[in-house]
Ligand binder design. Structure first.
Ligand code: AKG
Length: 293
């Protein structure tokens, strides 16, 4: 799929409120174990309400991200090596493989062998599950779901290799509306796994766009047209691109229009996106309950 959007007039990343969040019980982070976890402030909560997102820089240290990336590289290589065992199909010219509980999505030509998206990723690595249970994610997610405890809805890793393709403008709610009755309680978080600079396909949102419910979809004849937001619905004056260091966390509303351009840089732009929900509810794909704290 190609993103038909004209080049948006990008605003500099806004840091609505920044916070170095604290403690994690993970074995990966002995150095900062003593720090207190930090709940979202009232200002941050207000930003989420009005703008549809919250950016926190420096949530995870470079050492933590480095360790996580080493795990991710290994598990990505392992699933790609086994992809011939899965069920292969094509949607809008892109190759997909369902392998056990995972869906692998590959880049379009000329990088057909390169993994683009892996979902869900947490069953493949205890380090990923540990990250999802980390208080630096769980505590804000409790606030954003309005629940005392949360579970996982879905999680994925987007790999965006050099030359990797764009993510067209879309909202998540239309993807999930047939599987979830609690659409407003499905907040996302993107954890950046590489430093992101201009041209490397940074995550973009249309701030405030979550307030208008589900926007009109594309009608370009593609198989997935119903899941992409029509260009006329995108207010380009409100686009924010996140060119942020690895270890940042961007919390965003499931109704927020978002996407990203292709990666023109020579470096990877990996990211983990996880969606939380109230506790004791089944995940999107496996239907297993994964309580996170
Ligand atoms: O990785 C990105 O830049 C955007 C990802 C995204 O929008 C998605 O996976 O739904």
């Amino acid at each position: 799929m190609s993103d038909p959007a004209p080049p948006p007039s990008l605003r500099a990343t806004q840091q609505i409120a920044s916070s170095t969040a604290g403690a994690e019980l993970s074995a990966m982070t002995p150095r900062i174990k003593h720090m207190m976890p930090e709940a979202l402030t009232e200002v941050e909560m207000q930003s989420y309400e009005t703008q549809g997102y919250i950016l926190r820089r420096g949530v995870f240290s470079s050492e933590e991200i480095e360790q996580l990336n080493a795990v991710i590289d290994l598990l990505a290589a392992a699933v790609v090596a086994r992809s011939h065992e899965g069920h292969e199909y094509h949607i809008d010219g892109r190759r997909f493989v369902d392998l056990n509980d995972q869906t692998l999505q590959f880049e379009p030509a000329p990088f057909e062998q390169a993994l683009r998206v892996l979902e869900p990723a947490h069953p493949l690595s205890s380090a990923l599950l540990t990250l999802l249970k980390d208080v630096r994610l769980v505590r804000p997610m409790r606030q954003l779901t309005g629940c005392e405890h949360v579970s996982l809805w879905t999680d994925k890793i987007n790999f965006k290799r050099p030359g990797g393709s764009e993510f067209g403008w879309h909202q998540d709610a239309p993807y999930w509306m047939h599987d979830a009755a609690h659409l407003t309680q499905l907040p996302n978080v993107m954890v950046t796994l590489d430093d992101v600079g201009p041209g490397s396909g940074g995550f973009r949102v249309v701030q405030g766009s979550h307030q208008a419910g589900i926007h009109a979809a594309r009608n370009d004849g593609s198989q997935l047209e119903g899941f992409y937001t029509h260009n006329d619905e995108v207010d380009f004056s409100q686009v924010v691109e996140f060119n942020e260091p690895a270890g940042s966390a961007i919390f965003f509303d499931p109704f927020l229009i978002h996407g990203s351009a292709h990666n023109q840089s020579g470096k990877r732009r990996r990211a983990l996106i996880a969606t939380y929900q109230p506790a004791n509810l089944p995940t999107l794909k496996t239907k297993r309950v994964v309580n996170l704290g």
